[in-house]
Ligand binder design. Sequence first.
Ligand code: CA
Length: 250
Amino acid sequence: MKISPSYGHNVSGTTLPFIHVTHTSTMKILLIEDEEKLAQALKRGLEFGGYTVDIVPDGKKGLTRASLHRDDYDVVILDLMLPSMDGHEICRQMRAADVTLPILILTARAETDTKVDLLLSGADDYLVKPFSFAELSARLQALLRRPSQNLPEKLTAGDVELDPSTREVRRGDTKLPLTLKEFSLLEYFMRHPNQVVNREDLLNHLWDFNYVGFSNVVDVHVKNLRRKLGGASDEGLLETVRGVGYRLHA
Ligand code: CA
C-alpha cells in the first residue's frame, strides 16, 4: 500500500502491513504535516501500530510544539512543504535550540541536493512520497531503537562519559544535548579510541543512505559534535587527520 496525496487515502486499519513495535511504553510522535487527509491516514495507521500521534498542520506552530514539548515526544515526522515555515528551517531551528529529538522528513522531492541539504539541516532520515507503511515503520523503528537495557556498559574518554543504555553523554558534570547522529558518531569514535577513523567508515556505519562522496555531511556533524563537546577548537579530544578522517584520544 502506498501513502500519497495522489493515490487517495483509503488506509484501512485491518490491512496495514504494519510491523508492531515492542516497546514497553507507548512511543509518541509529533507529525507536522499540512495535508489533512494524508496526516489523518498516517495517524490512523501509526496508532494501529501502537504509536500515539499528535498532528500539527503548520510550520511555525510545529516548531513551537517541538521546542516547548521536546520531552513529550520520541520522534518528529516532518513534512517539507508547510505553511508559515518549511521543514528545512524547522529542522535547523530545532537543532539550533538543542532539540535532540530524532527527525524523519517526508519529502516529495528526490533530488540529491535536497537529500544532502536535509541531512545538513539536522534531519536523521527522510522518506520520499509516496512511501509504504512498511517503509515508514522500518525507519521509525531504526530511529527509536533503544540499546538493550541489560548491557549498561558506559564508555569513557578523558572526562567524557557515554551511556549507550540511556543515550546520555556527559562531560564532567555537564550533560550534553546531542542529536541521535551526533551521539552515534561519538559512540563510534569511543568504540575505536586512538584509531584513525575515516569518513567512508563513518558514512557506511552511521548513514542508511548511499552517501559515498558526501563526506561533507560527516564533517558538518563532527563540527556540531565538537561544538557541543566544548568548543569548535577542541582538537585535543577529537583530532582531525587531514585528508583522512578523525582520531579520538582516550
Ligand atoms: Ca505539505
